[in-house]
Design a protein around this ligand. Structure first.
Ligand code: MN
Length: 241
């Protein structure tokens, strides 16, 4: 791994409508991830904190593999399984992000996803979504039944097909992407992508040189645009070689 680590920034906001912030994040080289919790009472906060906390245990490690990540997420699931039963919905969470690692002697982003939090890569002027949502509307888009624009406003847009919970099968998507010079990664909860379209997101990412400024600007813009959900953004710039 490069001697000079990545430069990163992170921001989160409760938004304008919610009474608690059930998003959690971890930004601790080499792991950068967001978890968006759900469930009654404080279940969402407990679940997202369990996921972020489990991934935080990868901090300082090199050559992290998908199996290493999977083991940490299994530990998070075990913590949720050990919680006393409560009324209401059981705790669950999304988890999405990147781990900076080595693969075949080259730096790579290990992209992980479970649910509808997202990972994007900005290269020059091009913003590319690397994660694929695990949601009912994504399945409708994939099947050609609705357009991506219709998905943004669909009544069932918040219904997940996969997540991390006590009964989860932990069918996590993993993707290894070579690190390219100038890569800027964005990991965010749906509170960001529900308020800002891709061109606005790309514009803010391009116009803020420091990742912390970029993360704060993105979250502030999403809150200003409505802030109907908790909003979290983690921005990571690839290490300079
Ligand atoms: Mn959310």
């Amino acid at each position: 791994m490069s001697a000079i680590g990545p430069v990163w920034g992170a921001a989160t906001d409760i938004g304008t409508r919610r009474t608690s912030n059930e998003d959690s994040y971890v930004a601790a080289t080499p792991v950068f991830a967001v978890a968006d919790g759900m469930g009654g009472h404080d279940a969402g906060e407990v679940a997202s904190a369990a996921a972020a906390g489990a991934l935080a245990r990868l901090a300082g490690l090199t050559d992290v593999t998908a199996q290493d990540v999977q083991l940490r997420l299994e530990a998070a699931r075990a913590r949720l399984q050990a919680l006393p039963p409560t009324l209401g919905r059981s705790p669950g969470t999304t988890v999405a992000g990147v781990v900076l690692t080595e693969h075949e002697g080259r730096p790579h982003w290990l992209v992980l996803n479970l649910g509808d939090s997202r990972t994007y890569r900005l290269q020059g002027h091009v913003l590319e979504q690397l994660s694929v949502d695990h949601s009912e509307v994504q399945e409708l888009v994939d099947a050609g039944h609705i357009s991506p624009e219709e998905a943004l406003h669909h009544a069932r847009r918040h219904v997940l097909t996969r997540s991390l919970g006590a009964a989860s099968s932990l069918a996590v998507d993993y993707l290894l992407v070579p690190v390219e010079h100038g890569d800027r990664m964005l990991v965010c909860s749906d509170g960001l992508t529900g308020e800002l379209d891709d061109s606005l997101i790309a514009g803010l990412l391009r116009s803020r040189p420091h990742p912390q400024d970029a993360a704060e600007s993105l979250v502030a813009a999403a809150v200003a645009a409505g802030g109907r959900d908790n909003v979290t953004a983690v921005v990571v710039d690839a290490p300079r070689d």
